[in-house]
Design a protein around this ligand. Structure first.
Ligand SMILES: *Cc1c(COP(=O)(O)O)cnc(C)c1O
Length: 386
């Protein structure tokens, strides 16, 4: 193949990207090399346990089509999604990956899972029966995972059911490839439930002699060797969310810049935005930015006379939101910036330059997971380091 058509293609790509960024109200940059580095850091920490990658909910909102291949390139071979539809999308991207579907087997979908070589994580007796029957019917041992509930009381077999299953597993019609459970409080240091879940899981996995076990999510991976078993399942740490502090050096992954579409002067005593929720105490300059709650900037991030809103960086300085966040717009107080330093078309940085996903989350009354998975569909997305 000659270089010329490729060069033309990449020039077209560049032009399309530039147009999208020009036309969008806000730009989300995802650093794929940071995702890959974070996976490698966790894989090194977890070894000899295998390090999987959790890419449910569109890779935590960052775009599975770009993130999953980057993780595969970094060395990840086992992937977890929540929904069957997500698994199908991932299968098209990664023909050779081992793909587990955390939400389990929906009725009458066993043939669809088998056709795409997907492994539903079976978490109830009816699911196991349906998979067993299908395997017998096909005369095929289609291995998949068993989920045991060790104290979260959300999903999985009860411990009693799991113990019984371990005793009769020769009659299953398939060979479990993994027995897993999920920690409820891994990110709360010293929570007593964590140790109890580990002990219960260790007892269950012992009875499934020879079947690999998996208990740890991101935070669980840091709890020590006792929690890692044969496979760890990090999600949030790959994407620059840090569920607890003092962790290995993980890199930030996302940068969110919203465009300033108007700069105005407002007199002291005037109010800003819906509900007149914030009254200005001084003559102010206000930058109106093209981002709102429809883009995942939570309404709870807004400002009022009672509580200051989140910060964004404009012209290198931190500025507070002023007034409520509306659907498509937010307003920043730029009074302390030098006159003329902010123009229409400049950007306000809501994530990046020292503002982490968890900072924005904490100041919006939520968690980094919700910030990431709420990232808006209207952003122009820019992938770097791929
Ligand atoms: C989402 C999820 C994970 C990943 O959790 P993080 O806290 O993002 O690392 C692991 N296991 C299960 C069962 C999950 O649902």
């Amino acid at each position: 193949m000659t270089g010329a058509p490729q060069a033309a293609e990449s020039r077209e790509d560049e032009e399309r990207q530039a147009r999208e960024e020009r036309e969008a109200g806000a730009i989300l940059t995802v650093d794929l090399s940071a995702v890959a580095d974070n996976w490698r850091t966790l894989a090194a920490l977890a070894a000899p346990a295998e390090c999987a990658a959790v890419v449910k909910a569109n890779a935590y909102g960052l775009g599975i089509a770009r993130v999953a291949p980057a993780l595969w390139q970094a060395g990840a071979r086992t992937f977890f999604v929540a929904h069957f539809k997500e698994a199908l999308e991932l299968r098209a991207l990664l023909p050779e990956a081992m793909i587990y579907v955390l939400n389990g087997l929906l009725p009458e979908t066993a043939p669809d899972h088998a056709a795409a070589h997907l492994r539903p994580v079976l978490g109830s007796v009816p699911e196991i029966t349906e998979w067993s029957d299908f395997c017998r019917d096909q005369g095929a041992d289609l291995p998949t995972a068993i989920h045991v509930d060790t104290g979260m009381n959300r999903l999985g077999l009860s411990v009693d059911e799991a113990v019984q299953l371990a005793g009769t597993r020769r009659m299953l019609g398939f060979t479990p490839s993994l027995v897993m459970s999920h920690l409820a409080c891994a990110d709360t240091p010293g929570h007593p439930l964590t140790g109890r879940q580990r002990a219960v899981f260790a007892d269950v996995i012992r009875r499934f002699r020879g079947v690999p076990g998996s208990l740890a999510n991101s935070a669980g991976t840091l709890l020590g060797r006792d929690f890692r078993f044969e496979l760890v399942r990090p999600g949030i740490f790959l994407y620059g969310g840090v569920a607890i502090t003092g962790v290995p050096p993980l890199r930030p992954v996302v940068r969110l810049e919203a465009k300033i579409i108007q700069v105005s002067r407002v007199a002291a005593g005037e109010t800003v935005g819906y509900g007149a929720a914030e009254r200005l105490k001084r003559p102010s300059r206000i930058a109106t930015v093209s981002i709102g709650y429809a883009d995942g900037l939570f309404r709870a991030a807004g400002s009022s006379d009672l509580a200051k809103g989140v910060e964004a960086i404009v012209a290198g300085r931190r500025c507070h939101l002023v007034g409520r966040v509306s659907m498509d717009l937010a307003t920043l107080d730029i009074t302390d910036l030098p006159e003329g330093s902010v123009q229409r078309g400049d950007v306000a940085v809501f994530l990046g330059d020292g503002i982490s996903v968890d900072d924005l989350a904490a100041r919006s009354g939520t968690i980094g997971y919700e910030v990431l998975t709420s990232l808006g569909a209207r952003y122009a997305r820019r992938y770097i380091g791929g």
